[in-house]
Design a protein around this ligand. Structure first.
Ligand code: CP
Length: 338
């Protein structure tokens, strides 16, 4: 470890560029805006007959998903392919991890195959950070969702969706509704909205599904859905994350829908041009009515499309941050030799 390593946040290089992407915590408005601008420029690639640019040609991106995923895994694969990288997706259920190999040993083996980037999803909060601390210095680590901690690329694709549909963040009211307690998406969204200057962030849910310490995110808390939705510009619905729930946090799914489900009538309390978002997978009739999920105000499928562009931006920026760091390190080593 160099003296600079000790001072620098893990996910940035000495010049403040991205080299891993683990969390939105501590990233500046300028860096988040650069990710959004870069993603915006990549959206056009998805409309071409040949959907490829050569930015990561010769690089190998390894998707290592220890938790189920449809959107994140496939859009990271597509993003890496559109950047011309070689892509390997490790199926953890058929890998040697299921024969008792530790996460660490699995990753050491992938490192030995000269992978340049790992995209990691893991049920444990902090897993991506742990891996970034321990992989060899040339490998970039991207967090595809860790426990209830962070889902930074989802956070950024949500921000791209809001910026493209609402033009910016300065005058917006955004409501995040449902199971905030278990949601890494909610944490990443709250951090991103705050950093990007959104003045009114509301979280709405029952007391049992709201974490303590929400004040650090600068949000307003509502327990009544109708009150919280009034005149908002953006509604972000969340799934009930039963796989992370312990004990009886809810009387029943039906009762949750009665109190917190987004119906057409409830959506009418928001501004007439409000957009409805959801990270997926959606549970129809649990947190959202089908007519709303499929309705004119829903941008849920646009989020998926924007997710490819955001992941292209993050992969390419982290790779160039790693390359720049390698050059800086080798230049300072040569100076020391002189
Ligand atoms: N939004 C999201 O993370 O979806 P997946 O679990 O399908 O990746």
């Amino acid at each position: 470890m160099t003296p600079n390593d000790a001072k620098r946040p893990l996910q940035l290089n000495d010049q403040g560029q991205l080299r891993h992407f683990l969390s939105l915590d501590g990233l500046s408005r300028e860096l988040l805006t650069e990710i959004l601008d870069t993603a915006d420029s990549f959206l056009e690639v998805g409309t071409r007959a040949v959907k490829k640019v050569p930015l990561l040609r010769g690089k190998t991106v390894c998707n290592v998903f220890f938790e189920n995923s449809t959107r994140t895994r496939t859009t990271f694969e597509m993003a890496a392919q559109r950047l011309s990288a070689d892509v390997i997706t490790l199926n953890v259920s058929t890998s040697s991890t299921s024969k008792g190999e530790t996460l660490f040993d699995t990753l050491r083996n992938l490192e030995a195959m000269a992978a340049d980037m790992f995209v990691i999803r893991h049920a444990d909060s902090g897993a991506a950070h742990f891996i970034a601390e321990h992989v060899c210095p040339d490998v970039a680590v991207i967090n595809g969702g860790d426990g209830r901690h962070a889902h930074p690329t989802q956070g950024m694709l949500d921000m791209l969706t809001i910026r493209r549909h609402k033009g910016g963040f300065e005058n917006l009211s955004v409501a995040i509704v449902g199971d905030i307690l278990h949601s890494r998406v909610a944490r990443s969204d709250m951090l991103a909205l705050r950093t990007l200057g959104c003045p009114d962030i509301r979280v709405i849910g029952p007391k049992t599904l709201l974490p303590t310490g929400l004040e650090q995110y600068g949000v307003r808390v509502f327990h009544d859905l109708a009150e919280g939705l009034r005149d908002v510009d953006v509604v972000i619905m969340l799934r009930l994350q039963r796989e992370r729930m312990q004990g009886g946090l809810l009387p029943s799914q039906g009762e949750f829908y009665r109190l917190y489900g987004l119906s057409t009538a409830r959506l009418a309390l928001a501004r007439p041009d409000a957009i409805v978002m959801h990270p997926g997978p959606i549970n129809r009739g649990v947190e959202i009515e089908s007519a709303v999920a499929d309705g004119a105000q829903s941008v849920i499928l646009n989020q998926v499309t924007y997710g490819i562009a955001v992941r292209m931006a993050v992969l390419s920026m982290a790779m160039s941050g790693q390359t720049a760091q390698r050059q800086l390190t080798s230049e300072s080593a040569s100076e020391e030799e002189i």
